[in-house]
Design a protein around this ligand. Structure first.
Ligand SMILES: [Fe+2]
Length: 250
């Protein structure tokens, strides 16, 4: 209950901030899609499970490097970029993503990549759960019903997101997102771009940078994508969906 209240307090602050800008494409109270990531100086959130907890789908060495080196680098680079932009140090990560055009030009690209990388990876870790604890291998509730309705079946949805992940050239992400119309959609983003910047709410993200899988899967991205489905944290994705529906309606 405390976490729920804290989450809505965060939404309230962000919603107030949203009224001060006309440049956001999505209400900045999308912050509730991830745990509270705080403000500058940002710090690396702990993994919500041990590095080996997602074996065999995601091996421990890859997870440890991905989190402690790659994600950590996005956090460090975001702090470094904001050192010279003090007027933006009070913003949350989602606000930085959605107000990017206001950020000084000399650090705008760095903020784009590092704020996106910080938010994307925070969504990624919390969107996964150890297979041994995963008693919900398929989305249920309203999300399950809507995925079936909009894609035809859960298999068809998985195939659509998998195809998007395999078709993403180079580095980037495949996503299940909610449009502000209430429609679910599969999309991809290049590099560390966030779906928030495209005006949609990210519900589930799949990192298809080679750093996410190459140590274990080498060039077999398809095997990595297939394994990903065994460790999706569907209750968390359903929580994000319920929140995003309220934000989209709001
Ligand atoms: Fe990554």
């Amino acid at each position: 209950m405390g976490a729920v209240i804290a989450g809505w307090l965060t939404l309230g602050r962000a919603a107030a901030a949203a009224q001060n800008t006309s440049l956001t494409t999505v209400p900045v109270n999308a912050t509730g899609l991830t745990p509270d990531l705080g403000r500058y100086p940002f710090s690396l959130p702990a993994l919500p499970y041990a590095a080996d907890a997602l074996e065999p789908a995601l091996d421990a060495q890859t997870m440890a490097l991905h989190h402690s080196k790659h994600h950590a680098a996005y956090v460090a680079n975001l702090n470094k970029a904001l050192e010279s932009a003090p007027a933006f140090q009070h913003l949350e990560v989602t606000e930085l993503i959605m107000r990017l055009s206001e950020v000084p030009a000399n650090v705008q690209e760095a903020v784009r990549n590092s704020a996106g990388g910080h938010h994307n990876h925070s969504l990624f870790w919390t969107g996964l759960t150890p297979k041994s604890l995963n008693r919900v291998p398929e989305p249920g509730g309203l999300l399950g019903a809507q995925l079936r309705g909009q894609f035809g079946s859960l298999d068809a949805f998985r195939q659509a997101l998998s195809a998007a992940a395999l078709g993403r050239f180079g580095s980037g992400w495949a996503w299940l997102v909610l449009e502000r119309t209430g429609r679910l959609r599969v999309m991809t983003t290049p590099n560390q771009d966030s779906p928030l910047a495209a005006g949609v709410y990210p519900l589930l993200g799949l990192d298809v940078w080679e750093h996410a899988y190459y140590l274990h899967y080498q060039n077999r991205r398809a095997d990595y994508v297939q394994a990903f489905w065994t460790v999706v944290n569907w209750p968390e994705v359903e929580r994000r969906y319920a929140l995003a529906l309220r934000l989209a309606a709001g």
